[in-house]
Design a protein. Structure first.
Length: 81
């Protein structure tokens, strides 16, 4: 089975939602440094957005993880070939 790399524009998502990493950290209860490193790292096949990041985004917006995932998939995902 072939793996097709995907890139998620997390910074675009934060901009569009008018959120900062600090706000996501404060509202979600996750550490600022942890989220900052995760949201600013280069995405590769080995490192992608993880469940903690999605949970933090959901908690910061009083949404479910599924809602965040759906929005990321529909609007912020780029398939790399």
């Amino acid at each position: 089975m072939e793996v097709i790399p995907v890139e998620i524009d997390i910074k675009g998502y934060l901009r569009e939602k008018e959120l900062t990493i600090y706000e996501v950290s404060k509202r979600s209860g996750y550490g600022y440094t942890t989220l900052h490193k995760s949201f600013n790292k280069q995405q590769t096949l080995a490192t992608s957005l993880n469940l903690r990041d999605i949970d933090a985004l959901a908690k910061a917006q009083h949404a479910t993880m599924w809602q965040v995932l759906q929005e990321l998939e529909e609007n912020y995902m780029t398939w790399k070939e």
